[in-house]
Design a protein around this ligand. Structure first.
Ligand code: TXA
Ligand code: MG
Length: 381
């Protein structure tokens, strides 16, 4: 569990580069080994089997206090060694994240829980054994070793064990828990590709491990285990149905709070995951009525983007709109949602309209992200 001592300049090209990055943060350093001419700050790795030397290089940067953006099965994370308060502080600065919004700690194995949490209820172990590695985050009482800035001064810590070979390899290589929020600017859609990370954070990240698009596409489900009964704090990549089969009494009461109130309940900020364009969400069970309401909105505006599932998309195909398809089902929508928001922003639309999914399966998390991205702008049809 102890982090390794920092390895100094060994003459290995990559480690020399890591030291350079530390001395000149923000400078693009090319690999000095001469094998590859690309910039070191963006390394492509195999999603299933990343090269050990690339992972070791990333680990050295983290152990020198640097930030590494890396893929998980949900979204890309912006990681620092969790024990290093100053590196954790850098995460907040780079993201533009308010200090009252705590980070998630990632662990390599369930037995690392005891390093990050001081009380581990049986339920935490049972949930961990059943759902980890995977898109589930547990909020527990924090251990003394977790720096206060990581948890925004709270006595609790959010922990997850990700299911991605690159994240696992990195966690094993640094031999320490990794603090990592999603690698986007605060309140922007979470990044599901390395390009999204570059678009938001550019060279403020010391190294980006690019393993292609993430598979789930939205963030983990967060459950608090510190109250009287287990509560869902954020619906996400693990469905409530799957969780309730295991834990029938699991509670969920969604909060959509303004800036002042949200400080007391981290993660419940209404404005979040937002594209630059305004977003309006349409909701209703009658397909043709909902499509008609969306077409009426299109008719009254210019420069519009539509995010639509395959079943709805043809209703807009003859109109003067930019369409981003969300696929055939809720898994497809979860996977495409943030990328679609970013793609429409890049096409310069002023307004995006979308249809709310049914609040079941991954549809619940898609619904939650859409509502926050729209800042509550919901049209009931
Ligand atoms: O899938 C994910 O969870 C991704 C990947 C990178 O692991 N991470 C992620 O982190 O979404 P972030 O920082 O974007 O969202 C973390 C959420 C925030 O809403 C934060 O308020 C909540 O977790 N959170 C963290 N610590 C908490 C705590 N002690 N109590 C309640 N909520 C907490
Ligand atoms: Mg985030």
């Amino acid at each position: 569990m102890q982090s390794l001592p920092i390895v100094g300049c060994s003459g290995h090209g990559r480690i020399r580069a890591a030291v350079l990055i530390q001395e000149y943060p923000g400078v693009n350093v090319t690999r000095t080994a001469g094998l590859l001419q690309e910039r070191v700050q963006h390394i492509r790795v195999d999603a299933q089997d990343p090269a050990a030397e690339d992972i070791d290089f990333a680990a050295e940067i983290m152990k020198s206090g640097g930030l590494v953006a890396f893929p998980t099965e949900t979204v890309y994370g912006l990681g620092a060694i969790a024990w290093e308060a100053s590196a954790v502080d850098k995460i907040f600065r780079v993201k533009g994240r308010p200090p009252n919004d705590p980070l998630i700690v990632h662990i390599a194995a369930i037995d690392q829980l005891s390093a990050v949490a001081r009380e581990i209820p049986d339920l935490a172990c049972e949930l961990g054994r059943h759902f980890w590695p995977g898109p589930l985050t547990l909020v527990l009482k924090k251990s003394a070793r977790i720096p206060a800035n990581l948890t925004a001064g709270l006595d609790t810590v959010a922990v997850r064990l990700p299911d991605h070979p690159v994240a696992s390899a990195l966690l094993k290589a640094v031999r320490a828990p990794i603090a990592a929020p999603s690698a986007n600017r605060f309140s922007r859609p979470s990044p599901t590709t390395a390009q999204h990370v570059l678009d938001d954070l550019g060279d403020m990240v010391d190294l980006l491990l690019d393993a292609g698009p993430t598979t789930i596409g939205l963030e983990s489900t967060i459950i608090s285990l510190v109250g009287d009964s287990p509560q869902v704090l954020r619906p996400g990549g693990l469905s409530l149905e799957a969780l309730r089969r295991f834990l029938p009494e699991l509670g969920f009461s969604p909060h959509f709070l303004g800036e002042d109130e949200a400080a007391l309940a981290p993660g419940s900020l209404l404005k979040h995951y937002s594209p630059r364009a305004r977003l309006i969400v349409f909701q209703g069970g009658d397909d043709s009525a909902v499509r008609a309401a969306m077409r009426a909105e299109i008719a009254g505006n210019q420069n519009i983007g539509v995010m639509a599932g395959d079943a709805d998309a043809s209703a807009f195909s003859r109109l003067d709109v930019k369409i981003e398809r969300l696929g055939k089902d809720d898994e497809g929508a979860a996977n495409r949602l943030f990328a679609a928001m970013r793609a429409l922003d890049q096409q310069g639309v002023d307004l995006i309209i979308a249809r709310a999914p049914e609040k079941r399966g991954l549809g619940l998390a898609v619904w939650d992200r859409l509502l926050r991205a729209a800042e509550g702008s919901l049209v009931e049809v």
